[in-house]
Design a protein around this ligand. Sequence first.
Ligand SMILES: Nc1ncnc2c1ncn2[C@@H]1O[C@H](COP(=O)(O)OP(=O)(O)OP(=O)(O)O)[C@@H](O)[C@H]1O
Ligand SMILES: [Mg+2]
Length: 724
Amino acid sequence: MFCFTDALFVHTASLLLRLSEKERLLRANDRPFNLSFHYARNAIKTSKYNVLTFLPLNLLVQFTRLANAYFLLLLILQLIPEISSLPWFTTAVPLVIVLSITGVKDANDDINRHRSDKQVNNRTTEVLVDGKLKEERWKNVQVGDIVKLQNNHFIPADILLLSSSEPLNLVYVETADLDGETNLKVKQALTVTGELGNNLEAYSSFTGEVRCEPPNNRLDKFKGTLTMSGQTHGLDNDKVLLRGCTLRNTDWCFGLVIFAGPDTKLMQNSGKSKFKRTRIDRMMNILVLCICGFLVTLCSVLSICNYLWETNEASGFTVFLPRLPDTSAELSSFFIFWSYVIVLNTVVPISLYVSVEIIRLGNSFFIDWDRKMYYPKKDTPAQARTTTLNEELGQIKYIFSDKTGTLTQNIMTFNKCSINGKAYGELYDFSGHRVERTDRMERVDFSWNQLADPKFIFHDHSLVETVREGNPEAQAFFRLLALCHTVMPEERKEGELNYQAQSPDESALVTAARNFGFVFRSRTPETITVMEMGRKVVYELVAVLDFSNVRKRMSVIVRSPEGKITLFCKGADMVIYERLHPSSDKLMEVTTKHLNEYAGDGLRTLVLAYKDLDGSYLEEWRKRHHDASIAMEGREERLDELYEEIEKEMTLLGATAVEDKLQDGVPHTIEQLAEADIKIWVLTGDKQETAENIGYACNMLREDMNDVFVVSANTAEGVRKELQ
Ligand SMILES: Nc1ncnc2c1ncn2[C@@H]1O[C@H](COP(=O)(O)OP(=O)(O)OP(=O)(O)O)[C@@H](O)[C@H]1O
Ligand SMILES: [Mg+2]
């Protein structure tokens, strides 16, 4: 008994501690220190019941259903002899059958959950204990442990990447189970921890201290610092491997466990699934309640009549209807009320619930069997994952969709560009008329460039000539594209370059630069290596001012081998235009004209600009930047301010236009949805003109809609006003 309360106390204490966790502190290789915080262990539990709690909890859940509760009430009434007019088992038997069928189904589901929990908790991974790697079950992994992961293995907890087998400490992870994206994501360790390599001795004396945000469910954000040998380094999402991902293309990597078990982002996201009701369900509930009301009224009227009869007439019938001596008329009519409730219980159509359930089950089979919803190419039939919601399908009024990747293919091709006021990529015939591109046209030959991507297609020869002639603006344009991005290169064999990009736009732009002779070759957290027209140039990467959809731009600051410091920036036209030096005004006008043409064709556009920086100013800025990037409080705001300060008075270089084709059948589908009077909302961050043109291209907007109106407010309040 003692033991039990003790355990309970420790558990509650750790729960309280965890609830109030404001910041997480942990030290590598120091279990006693980490244990003092009572962080959650790595075992997970998704099951709902155990042997003891199953019966009470499951019954409680089942009786929250109106029909079951109603049956129970009837049963209780029938157990009272003064009221009962039917034998008790007429209600008890069906109720028990219904409850036990549902109970068996729930128990089976829960046994499966127990089984999968057990399987997951007993997976093994290698943990560093006393200087040696030891196989350890997942459930025994603790916060602060150093683990070694192998290729194609699942990641057991949320882990800070320390070092890896790949050059430059890269690792590749597949995140399909987390966010559904199938392209591999690249993570890179800090250079200081990367130096630990595969050295177990170095690892056992590693005492890095991590300070980071408390557990939360945001998959794309992480904020923390790592302090080792007196130096503090900022940590962000790029250095963390999340539970639920799989290691790919990486022989091994080492990591430090930061969040375990229920604290991992994966588990924090798997919130309780809500019980959804359909509209028919709700309507049925209301009807049943009304009928119940009717039943109560009926029974009340009958029991009042009974009371009247008892007081006025009953004395004459005692011969036939003998009664107990002390029953009053009031009591008798009270009992009569409940007897009528039982007798008339068939008024309430409880069987309706059962019928509807069966109809839905049948309906879901019809959905699974529907040949028109079968896609032979991938052998995928339609699948009704739930049998409780299918009648809602016919009631849909709104569809909310994403644009990129849903309406469009998410395959981006570099199509056109405007450099220093001159447009490239457009094709003209001898008389100067624009011609449509076809497959038969002569492509630009990139064989002079050994590192070119053979799949890249471009038709305008003049651009290559301009670059090869050494036009400084054209070269600066492609240099920017080769430097300003977050793409990760992969070069397994000499010359076989492969780009891994978070966003396909960037990969298209970097590939374009690659073909035009500015080949992005490799990156470390401190440098970027580019082959510029066959010459290897290593740029020092001073800072990356990352992209966010609020900033709508991204920049890098690099120092060339000659010591020239430049900020390169690319982003949405309006955002860049606001930050240009007045000397670019003329160029801006011409570029705007080109941009409007591109947007008119439904192309995605980006504007490119640069700025030369002064060394002493940069040093001072860099210091402030470092302070802000390891700050735990207000990190984003402070960084934003610093970015804002340096990204101004830039010089315009030009603009790019990238094409993302519509998926097959999109216009047709949208047309049919519109015919069914379903309203469609599409989410996009594109330039307004581009978005409008894609809207026309996919039949969302039609020429005959003459009052297309634009809401142009920036706050929730403003949008609400304009909509009214
Ligand atoms: N990698 C990037 N670097 C710089 N600017 C970018 C980058 N990606 C997008 N932008 C700019 O920021 C704007 C907003 O980006 P966001 O990702 O929100 O939308 P989007 O990707 O264009 O939208 P959608 O998902 O509908 O295609 C874009 O219109 C573009 O101008
Ligand atoms: Mg985007």
